[in-house]
Design a protein around this ligand. Structure first.
Ligand code: ADP
Length: 293
């Protein structure tokens, strides 16, 4: 498929879609494997369907995610392919809010990075781990350039393509209108990925994504373990805040890696953290033949 998707191919009629199986459950509804006919070709895709009878606000949030993703084209960001429209809906008896909403995405057949790391516990090589870091940093540096806050960077939101390339997904909380935002509407926040200023003041910024990237690096070297092992959310928060506590990486981690997380990503003040562009360059430098293990 050619990107960006032209207007003609963006809208896909439901007659050209065959649902094959359920892949996962999201906040808005299900994600399914589906074969779509696009521009005369059959393509395997992942279709995210919004549950019917959602409020207008939820429907707007669902479409916002799709609109946002449509603007991006990068090898390490999940691509959005189109929107499915259901033709011949009964004219009576179906309120506008009950129309199904479906977005079609690039299929990532190897699932999430988190499950990959857990499945291959102890077997993922150091160069593969470094590649995961470099690719996700590359995707995030692209989002940073586009001034897009992701706000939910974690191994569970990185998917793997057929060739095990990282694809950053889940733009449900993302925003590209504001590079800083205050948000206290979330009740179930992933505390262990949050920067101190988010824990304290709910202040998200491009620099809080850099903090979360440090936690993602830790997940990559810790085989997808839960961050801050043995600590509750409450304890994590208190330790980061009061004691300036930071996680230690597993012993097998190259010190150059843990240093990037500690110094560039986990600085207390957002202004002391590096940009994703810098982090990406530093990681890429590590993959030069001399340091490849
Ligand atoms: P939500 O943002 O609502 O939580 P996700 O985008 O995380 O939903 O999707 C839920 C699950 O569906 C994921 O954990 C993953 O297993 C699966 N999934 C989502 N997008 C894809 C995709 N493009 N390819 C393959 N599986 C996907």
């Amino acid at each position: 498929l050619k990107y960006p998707i032209g207007k003609a191919d963006w809208i896909i009629s439901h007659e050209n879609v065959i649902f094959i199986k359920k892949l996962g459950e999201g906040a808005f509804g299900e994600v399914s494997l589906a074969e779509c006919e696009i521009g005369g070709r059959k393509v395997e895709t992942a279709v995210k369907t919004m549950r019917c009878q959602m409020t207008r606000d939820t429907r707007a949030a669902f479409m916002k995610e799709a609109r946002l993703m449509r603007k991006y084209s990068h090898p390490h960001i999940v691509r959005i392919i189109g929107k499915i429209i259901v033709k011949h809906l009964p004219k009576v008896g179906l309120a506008v809010d009950a129309h199904p909403l479906m977005i079609v995405m690039e299929m990532c057949p190897h699932g999430s990075l988190l499950s990959f790391l857990r499945k291959n516990k102890g077997k993922t090589t150091l160069s593969e781990r470094l590649r995961f870091c470099i690719e996700s940093a590359d995707g995030l540096a692209y989002l940073e350039k586009k001034q897009c806050l992701h706000r939910d960077i974690a191994a569970r939101n990185c998917l793997l393509s057929i060739t095990d390339q990282i694809k950053i997904s889940d733009f449900g909380l993302s925003d590209d209108k504001r590079t800083e935002m205050h948000d206290d509407t979330l009740d179930k926040v992933p505390v262990k990925w949050l920067a101190p200023e988010v824990m304290q003041d709910k202040l998200y910024s491009l620099k809080s994504d850099v903090w979360a990237f440090g936690v993602l690096m830790w997940e990559i070297y810790a085989d997808g373990a839960d961050p801050y092992p043995g600590m509750t959310n409450l304890v994590t928060r208190a330790k980061i805040f009061c004691d300036d506590y930071r996680m230690t990486f597993p012993e097998t981690t190259p010190p150059t890696i843990s240093e990037i997380a500690l110094k560039q990503c986990w600085a207390k003040l957002p202004s002391d953290r590096a940009t994703m562009k810098t982090v990406h360059h530093k990681l890429k430098d590590l993959s030069m033949p001399m340091s490849d293990v």
